[in-house]
Ligand binder design. Structure first.
Ligand SMILES: [Ca+2]
Ligand SMILES: [Ca+2]
Length: 388
């Protein structure tokens, strides 16, 4: 059969590979009968009028009728086709995913070879770097607050002596002075009188008295000048100065051989203090921190400790956590919100004129699969795809 194909011509059109045979015998039709992907035609040649057989082979790669991923190469083969991922992509050809060396960190996604798109708050080729929003000029916090850079975000935290009035403004404007004398948050010993100040307080000695300058801390007397470690946090040290207690985080001096490795894991020289990232590819040194699945993780000697990422406070009725982010944001459309601050005074009236409390849900009248919910006076309905 093959040896007799003297007049064979093989051409390609836009859609098909063609095999053209001069000898249009029953033999050829029989021989090709077990190749169902070939379409057989009997045609007359335009130039000499002689009959020929036309065998058409479907080229799925040209016609677009293939199942290769958009990032795969398609190879036409007799009887079908094959797909293989382009360089820089990995997969079975039907599904190809971009590869990023070292992976995209901190929740970033690999969108094309060695190209990470980072989550908000991170930057760098592999999203390995937290953006320091507190660095010059990026954000400005009110004078009563101080900018705290955190992995993936930042916030304006009220300074010592101030607390938030409940409005939680982003720039710290809502920080107000604490009246330590009224709230009992002062440490003035009994021989002094508490005097409230903006951002602090004073323990004043009444005229004619001889005051010790001692402090009352955790219901215990601490003498003026005394230094101690907090019972509740061995990594904080406090001192009493003229009636006032000051506490701060222990300063880690890794040159000091007696450094407390619990409070200063970065001072631990042991190799065993290295941690392996969840993906098994990255190692971290003791004290290193990173963000994974909306959790902040730290490498402590011998183990990884993770805790939920602290989120900036949001003060609004309707919030949602956007896809790919970890913290809720305010939204104006109640139906978009995944969390609402329910206000029981804002009821909804359903299609039967029945009052519904905020937060309640019901199946819409006349439907089986439409679920409605009252969100602070707004009715949000959607079809439950699981129900259909
Ligand atoms: Ca940050
Ligand atoms: Ca004060």
């Amino acid at each position: 059969f093959i040896a007799n194909k003297t007049n064979l011509a093989s051409t390609e059109t836009n859609q098909k590979s063609m095999l053209k045979f001069r000898f249009c015998s029953d033999f050829l039709f029989t021989a090709s009968a077990n190749l169902p992907h070939l379409h057989r035609f009997l045609e007359l040649d335009e130039t000499d009028g002689r009959p020929f057989c036309l065998l058409l082979e479907h080229d799925e790669c040209l016609s677009g009728l293939h199942n290769c991923d958009e990032n795969a190469l398609c190879f036409n083969m007799v009887g079908g086709h094959s797909c293989s991922c382009k360089p820089g992509y990995t997969g079975n050809g039907t599904v190809c995913k971009a590869m990023c060396d070292g992976l995209c960190q901190n929740g970033g996604s690999c969108i094309s070879p060695n190209n990470c798109v980072c989550q908000q708050g991170f930057t760098g080729e592999r999203c390995e770097t937290d953006i320091d929003e507190c660095a010059d000029g990026f954000v400005e916090c009110d004078s009563k607050s101080t900018c705290v850079n955190l992995p993936g975000w930042y916030h304006c935290e009220c300074r010592d002596g101030y607390h938030d009035n409940g409005l939680f403004s982003a720039n710290g404007e809502s920080c107000v002075d604490i009246n330590e004398c009224k709230t009992g948050r002062n440490t003035c010993a009994n021989d002094t009188v508490c005097f409230n100040l903006e951002g602090g307080y004073d323990c004043r000695c009444p005229h004619g008295h001889n005051c010790t300058g001692d402090c009352i801390h955790d219901n215990k007397v601490k003498h003026s000048g005394q230094i101690w470690v907090l019972d509740s946090d061995r990594c904080s040290v406090c001192s009493c100065q003229a009636g006032q207690v000051m506490c701060r985080r222990m300063v880690c001096d890794c040159d000091n051989p007696n450094a407390d490795l619990f409070c200063c894991p970065e001072c631990d020289p042991r190799l065993s203090s290295q941690c392996l990232h969840q993906n098994g590819l990255l190692t971290y040194g003791s004290g290193d921190t990173w963000v994974e699945n909306c959790q902040q993780c730290q490498c402590l000697p011998g183990q990884v400790d993770c805790w939920p990422l602290p989120c900036p406070p949001v003060d609004c009725e309707f919030t949602m956590v956007p896809e790919g982010e970890c913290c809720p944001r305010c939204v104006t459309d109640p139906c978009q919100a995944d969390t609402i601050r329910n206000d029981i005074t804002k009821t909804c009236t359903d299609e039967h004129n029945i009052s519904r409390f905020s937060g309640s849900s019901w199946i819409k009248h006349g439907t089986e699969c439409t679920l409605c919910q009252c969100k602070n006076g707004h009715i949000c309905c959607s079809v439950d795809p699981m129900c259909l």
